[in-house]
Design a protein around this ligand. Sequence first.
Ligand SMILES: Cc1cc2nc3c(=O)[nH]c(=O)nc-3n(C[C@H](O)[C@H](O)[C@H](O)COP(=O)(O)OP(=O)(O)OC[C@H]3O[C@@H](n4cnc5c(N)ncnc54)[C@H](O)[C@@H]3O)c2cc1C
Length: 477
Amino acid sequence: MKTTITPSINSNNVILGGGVTGLYVAERLSKESSVVVLEKREKIGGMCSTFKHKDCFFDLGPHKFYTQLFGINEEFLRIVGEGNYNKVKKKNSVFLKGKRFQFPVKITELVFGLNPFLSLKFLTSFGLNLVNNLVRKRKIKNYEDYFIKGFGPVGYKLLFYGFAKKVWGNPKDLSPELAKKRSPVSSVFDLVKKMIFERNNPNVNAEYFFYPKKGFGAICDNLSNTIKNNGSTILTNSNLNSINHSNNHIDSVRYSVIDKNYDLSVNNLISTIRLPELITLLNPKPNPEVISAAKNLKFRSLILVYIIVNKPKALEDNWIFFPEKEYIFNRLSEQKSFSSELFPSNKTGIIAEITCDKNSTFFEQSDTKIFDLVIKDLEKANLLHQVDVLEFFTIRVKDIYPVYSLDYEQNLSVVMKYLNTFDNLFSLGRMGLFNYNNCDHCLDMGYKFVRYLKTENKSHSQWVELLSYFNDYRIVD
Ligand SMILES: Cc1cc2nc3c(=O)[nH]c(=O)nc-3n(C[C@H](O)[C@H](O)[C@H](O)COP(=O)(O)OP(=O)(O)OC[C@H]3O[C@@H](n4cnc5c(N)ncnc54)[C@H](O)[C@@H]3O)c2cc1C
C-alpha cells in the first residue's frame, strides 16, 4: 500500500464512529468547535440506519423510539422535525405454545390462555419455588437463578429461557445483570403488582412509541446534515490504523482512505467503536492484562431476513417475540405498521431476526437455506405463506449484541480502568461502553457527555460518575 502522510489537520474533537452516539455528540459540539467524525462504512448511521430496496424502505433492524429520560423525547422530536414522525400505539406479542399472548405478558392471560395442564404445572412450580425461597436463601449466580427465583422453574422455562438462549447463549453462562437490564419485572409478584397498580406505568411498558415517517435512519441523516452545515466534517470509508498516545494523553489518530494515510491531531478523542477494537488500535499497546480483558468481551451476531410480501398487511402486531426453539427466529416485525410511507400500498415487508455466533456454520449458510427455514416456521405459525412472498434477502451484522457473560463485569472494569487513565479519551455508546442500551440512552449519554466536556474546572471523577450513571440504564420494551 502506498503511504502518504499528509500534514496534520487540526481539529478540536475527533469522533470515532458515525452511529447515533457519535453523530449526536458531533452535532452538539459542532455548534461551538470543529469536529471530525471518522466512519469506516460508506454510510453513516450505524445500527440506526434505513436503506432503500427497490420501492421499499427498511431499517437495519427494526427500531422504535421510546424514552423515559428527561429531555430526550424533546431532543428526538427536535432532530426529526415537526410533522416528520408518527406516534404509534404499540402492539407486541409473544408466541407461546402456538398462541399469541400480549407482550409484556399479563399473568392472568397466560394462566387462562395456556392449556390447563401447563397452567397447573406453572402455578404448582411457582408455589413450590416460593416455599423453597423461604426455606433456603439462594445465591443468584446467573441469569437462570434470577428468574427461577421469581417465576419458578416452569415459568422461567416458558418465559425467559428460550429467548435468552437464542439471543445471548446458555443462560447459566450469563450474568444476572442482564436480567435486571432487560426485564422490568423480576417475579410473578412484580408482574401482578405492575399489572394491577402500574398498568400504565411508562417505566414498565411503552404504550406508544415514536417513529420517523421515512424510517429510523432520519435521526442520523438529519444530525449529519446539521454537522456539515455547522462547518464540521464527516469522513466515511475511513479505516483507522492507530491511536497514538504519550503521557496518558491521546496525541493523534492515523487513518487511511483508499491508499492514503492521514494523521489527525486530537484535542479530545470520543470513541464509539467496539471497546476491543479501540484497545487494539492504541499505540503504544496497553499491558497484556488489558488486552486479554478486552478480548474476553464477547458479542453475538445477527442475521436479518427481509421478506417482501404481496399483501397490503401481513401481521397484527408491530413485533412478535418467539422464545421457543421450534422457531428459528427470535423476533418478527412489520415496519409498515410503524409508518405506511415505507412501502407501496399493495406491498409490505417483514423482518425475521436470527441471532447466532459469527463463527458458527449457520452464520455462513446460504441465503436460500436460511430463508427456507424461516418460511417453514412462518407457515407453521400460520403467519405467512410462501405464495405471498415476492422476494427475500438477508443482511448479516457481526458482533452486534454485547454478551453479559459471567466474567464481563470484571473484564469491563479492567478495560475501563485503563481507559480512564487518559485525560482526553472518552469511550461512549452501545459498543463503546459495552452497554446494552437503546437509541434514547445514546442521546442521553451524548447530551450529558457534552455538558460535562464544556464544564469549566471539571474533574476526572465527574466523568467516572457519569460512566456509573450510564451503566444503570434499563431497557423498556
Ligand atoms: C436488532 C436491533 C434492534 C434494536 N432496536 C432498537 C429500538 O427499537 N429502539 C432503540 O432505541 N434502540 C434499538 N436498538 C439499539 C440501537 O440500535 C443502539 O443503541 C444504537 O444504534 C447504538 O448507537 P451507537 O452509535 O452507540 O453504535 P453503532 O450504531 O454501532 O455505531 C457505531 C459506528 O461506528 C462505526 N465503526 C465501527 N468500527 C469503526 C472503526 N474502526 N472506525 C470507524 N468507524 C467504526 C460503525 O460503522 C458505526 O457506524 C436495537 C439494536 C439492534 C441490534
